[in-house]
Design a binder for this molecule. Structure first.
Ligand SMILES: [Zn+2]
Ligand SMILES: [Zn+2]
Length: 345
């Protein structure tokens, strides 16, 4: 089968590699749509993500959907021809974290496109049956792929208790910010304030359900956020920019007793000093996120019920042979690229 292989930073080659053979409990999926994520772009540019470096050739792509073409002997609830979304993290299913439902922190997690595990910019991938989620007829492969970032948005809202009537501040309106806005809206948030420096992205934010949009390049956002929240600040802030100065000022825009969810971190630093005294005085909780657990089924139900339009995030598509071109496009067009999809027919 064909695969787009990152051989070193900024060099992707099309290679012929062996097609995976599903084990007894696995399905083989013919890949149809794969989203390009910020982590893919970062690996493409630098060959690493956080402390993890690529040790050899790597296939990127972890936001994927496709059609089941083979099923192992023990597969019970999927069949050949099923259209599915793929949850891309394969935990051990045995450790105490897996058994307690927090499989996202399984120490033996094998996550697509995280060195040394290959991803989905290829013709076929295999996954355990239970990590393939059947798509309804009204749900496209692109939407199936985008269940991944949407699951992170849902996890952010779940962790921070966003509920009917909540006020939510979302800083950063890339795909993760936008799916967080969508998630906050379906969780019942009544006031959603979106912040970005690009009007292009704020337009997506508005369509996704933001009730107030603020361009932070055009003035101080703190008084504007306070004005939009009766001077109190938001119940919850979901931070998706990784901009350190912004992280450090969030306590001024969050209500007493509120919560800050750190959904993204700058690619260039491991340590971020935070104003602990000010956070303590207002008893603001800081929550971190690591991917998500048990969100795909819910995400799928929400998309199937047409409560969110994940397809509206797709800004461009490229074929498998043009992954490198797509990566370059994403990097050089922040004012045009929201979610770029690698599509196969
Ligand atoms: Zn992603
Ligand atoms: Zn485990």
């Amino acid at each position: 089968m064909k695969a787009a292989v990152l051989v070193k930073p900024r060099e992707i080659q099309m290679r012929d590699i062996p097609k995976p053979v599903p084990r007894r409990d696995e399905v083989l999926v013919r890949v149809k749509s794969v989203g390009i994520c910020g982590s893919d772009s970062h690996l493409y540019k630098t060959g690493g993500t956080g402390p993890v470096r690529m040790s050899g050739p790597l296939i990127l792509g972890h936001e994927a959907a496709g059609v089941i073409e083979e099923a192992g002997d023990e597969v019970k609830n999927r069949k050949i021809g099923d259209r599915v979304s793929i949850e891309p993290g394969i935990p051990c299913f045995k450790c105490s974290f897996c058994l307690s439902g927090k499989y996202n922190v399984c120490p033996d997690m094998r996550f697509f496109a995280t060195p040394p595990v290959d991803g989905a910019f290829t013709e076929y991938v295999k996954v355990p049956e239970i990590l393939s989620f059947p798509l309804a007829a009204n749900t496209s492969f692109d939407e199936g792929a985008l269940l991944e970032p949407f699951s992170i948005g849902l996890w952010a809202c779940h962790r921070s208790g966003v509920s009917p009537g909540s006020s939510v501040l979302v800083t950063g309106c890339g795909p993760l910010g936008i799916t967080s806005i969508m998630a906050a809206a379906v969780c019942g948030a009544a006031k959603i304030i979106a912040v970005d420096v690009q009007d292009f992205r704020l337009e997506f934010a508005r369509r996704a359900g933001a009730t107030v949009v603020l361009n932070s390049s055009q003035g101080d956002i703190i008084p504007q956020v306070l004005a939009a929240t009766n001077g109190l600040g938001a119940d919850v802030a979901i931070e998706a920019t990784g901009v350190i100065e912004l992280v450090q000022s969030l306590h001024e825009m969050v209500m007493r007793g509120g919560k800050i969810v750190i959904a993204g971190i700058s690619a260039h630093t491991d340590f971020v000093p935070v104003p602990l005294r000010y956070l303590m005085r207002k008893e603001i909780d800081i929550l971190s996120l690591y991917r998500y657990a048990n969100m795909y089924g819910k995400a799928l139900n929400i998309v199937e019920a047409r409560k969110v339009d994940l397809g509206s995030l797709v800004s461009q598509t490229f074929p498998l042979e043009k992954v490198q071109e797509a990566m370059e496009f994403v990097e050089h067009n922040p004012d045009k690229a929201m979610k770029v999809i690698i599509r196969q027919t």
